[in-house]
Write a protein that binds this ligand. Structure first.
Ligand SMILES: O=C[C@H](O)[C@H](O)COP(=O)(O)O
Length: 154
């Protein structure tokens, strides 16, 4: 697959981001992990989630990455922020079926997770599953996703 994956978090998601980044770096489906922070012990550690979520969305928009995994307390703020970037589809998903459908139904490039909501081992498993799905542009879902893109072009 050779995915280029952005990872990002705020201080509420730092522990999970570090583990998920390590998992992704060890995954043969991943060619590159781009860590947008925040970083433990660094000056950026208190950057608010919108800055990270928007930067991740821009990296997707600009073709610098294929997908992103973002972690905050709930995942919600990261999803809201990344979704503000035109062309980006981000969602929080904390169960296996929603993770699957976020790709197969919605062609989301961004998965967001809440460190204060789910356990670390579930988060790790969900990200591993998420990497295994690819959107089928010939599927019946494609025309529905296109309606979102068309709205953004207006
Ligand atoms: O969605 C927002 C995140 O959960 C964030 O990590 C925590 O935000 P808060 O400090 O405003 O609750």
């Amino acid at each position: 697959m050779n995915y280029r994956i952005v990872v990002g978090c705020d201080d509420a998601g730092l522990d999970y981001k570090e583990q998920l980044a390590a998992d992704l770096r060890a995954d043969p489906r991943v060619a590159e992990v781009i860590d947008l922070g925040v970083h433990r012990g660094a000056d950026d550690v208190h950057r608010p989630y919108p800055e990270i979520g928007l930067a991740a969305g821009e990296a997707i928009r600009d073709g610098e990455a294929d997908r992103a995994v973002l972690v905050c307390g709930t995942g919600i703020g990261m999803a809201l922020s990344a979704n503000k970037v035109p062309g980006v589809r981000a969602t929080t998903a904390h169960d296996s079926f929603s993770v699957e459908r976020s790709i197969l139904s919605n062609n989301c490039q961004v998965l967001t997770l809440g460190q204060r909501v789910i356990g670390l081992e579930l988060a790790r498993r969900l990200v591993a599953e998420w990497l295994g799905y690819t959107f089928d542009e010939r599927s019946a879902s494609a025309a529905k996703v296109s309606l979102i893109s068309e709205y953004e072009r207006c």
